[in-house]
Design a protein around this ligand. Structure first.
Ligand SMILES: NC(=O)c1ccc[n+]([C@@H]2O[C@H](COP(=O)([O-])OP(=O)(O)OC[C@H]3O[C@@H](n4cnc5c(N)ncnc54)[C@H](O)[C@@H]3O)[C@@H](O)[C@H]2O)c1
Length: 389
């Protein structure tokens, strides 16, 4: 508790030093036990006494000061900002966002700026970072092809060096880390629907490979820090990781002109422009509303399963079906126009979410027909287009 103390004419506020959180503390304890090679009786008695003291302290901290300091990289982006909203609802969470604002914006977080439990830092994850945190949601990476293709080498650096930096941080402070990987790791899949055990069909030298291969390496890096890959079953050396394979997600705050199909169609419909479907239009995607996605990510972080786990909505739509739905819901008079496709566009995408259902008790709730109008409302506000009555 903060207490006031007089210092001459000035009032200063003093606080006790922060105590390590339960998660961090338990890590330090594991390290201590592992390094203690002395097996003499006296040392064992000391170790047991220490164990009792530490356990009592851990229990005390869990029940008295369970505040969690949570880092969200890429928290100014679309999914990240919704995740921050959800995390901030819990008064025991302190949230730190780091973002380089390449595709994200302070606007997405404006309601939290200045909040005592919130901190926003301009930082590029390709540079090292040291903050004392308990959990890391590592989202930083442009997700739209327009942006990730803009500077492919930077996209690779963000995925590889950025993930290495965040894993280094997780290890140093004993934090649990969750990576938002992607369904793009399956490339143009030959297995349908995609299960986590499928290795994928990715072109390593295509225009999308900076993102697809970047995420695949990021997953490998994550697993390489766990006891599964270390070849020695020593928990103390391992980092607690979680990997989410995210399928197409949509909702308010998506960048308006970022080339992702849902945002494209809604913006075009609101501007009375033709909805441009990339040929042949029979390619499929599955769309998950952002609140469902955030729920899935939090469940994965809080649960016991490392993953990778698919998080997405298994409802599958062709691009023509999506265009027709947007037309019906938003602008019935708008035209649908076929345009040339971009290279390496996957022909089908549908998550198998058996694992998410069984291990996380998660499945999406919001249907596309119900989610699109929520996104329309947000786009109308940002584009300044009011609803015709
Ligand atoms: N939205 C989807 O459909 C989808 C699908 C699969 C995976 N994902 C993954 O989810 C995560 C979030 O996606 P999103 O849709 O919110 O994308 P987004 O582009 O809206 O958000 C990404 C955020 O990361 C920040 N960022 C990018 N590079 C950075 C760097 N080097 N250092 C610090 N910050 C950086 C951006 O400024 C932005 O705020 C990404 O990792 C993405 O790969 C998203």
């Amino acid at each position: 508790m903060a207490k006031n103390s007089a210092n001459g004419d000035h009032q200063t506020t003093t606080k006790p030093p922060p105590t390590p959180s339960p998660l961090r503390f338990s890590k330090f304890f594991q390290l201590h036990s592992f390094f203690s090679a002395d097996t003499s009786d006296e040392n064992i008695v000391n170790e047991l006494a220490l164990t009792a003291i530490v356990s009592a302290n851990v229990l005390y901290w869990i029940h008295s000061t369970p505040n969690m300091r949570i880092l969200v990289t890429g928290g100014a982006g679309f999914i990240g900002s919704h995740l921050v909203d959800k995390l901030m609802e819990n008064e025991k969470n302190e949230v730190i966002v780091v973002d380089n604002f390449f595709t994200g914006s302070k606007d997405n977080l404006k309601k939290w700026i200045g909040h005592p439990r919130f901190d926003l830092r301009r930082h590029d994850v390709t540079e090292p970072l040291l903050v004392e945190v308990d959990k890391i949601y590592h989202l930083a990476c442009p997700a739209s092809p327009i942006f990730y293709k803009y500077n492919p080498v930077k996209t690779i650096k963000t995925n590889v060096i950025g993930t290495l930096n965040m894993l280094g941080l997780a290890k140093r402070v004993g934090a649990r880390i969750l990576l938002t990987s992607t369904s793009e790791v399956y490339g143009d899949p030959l297995v349908h629907p995609q299960t986590e055990s499928y290795w994928g069909n990715v072109n390593p030298i295509g225009v999308r490979s900076c993102y697809d291969e970047g995420k695949r390496v990021a997953e490998t890096l994550m697993l390489s820090t766990t006891s599964l890959f270390l070849m020695i079953d020593i928990y103390a050396f391992a980092t607690e990781i979680r990997i989410a394979r995210i399928f197409n997600t949509y909702g308010p705050r998506m960048n308006i002109d970022d080339g992702r199909v849902v945002s494209n169609f809604i913006a075009q419909a609101l501007r009375d422009e033709p909805l441009t479907v990339q040929a042949p239009g029979t390619q499929t995607r599955s769309f998950c509303y952002v609140s469902d996605m955030v729920d899935g990510l939090i469940r994965l972080m809080e649960g016991d399963n490392t993953g990778p786990i698919n998080i997405g909505n298994p409802g599958e739509f062709t691009m023509i079906e999506l265009a027709e739905l947007v037309k019906e819901l938003i602008s019935p008079k708008v035209e649908i126009k076929m345009v040339e496709n971009t290279p390496d566009d996957p022909r089908q995408r549908k998550p198998d979410i058996t694992k998410a259902k069984e291990l996380l008790g998660w499945e999406p709730k919001v249907k596309l027909r119900d989610g699109l109008p929520l996104m329309e409302e947000d786009f109308r506000l940002r584009l300044g287009v009011s609803k015709k009555i």
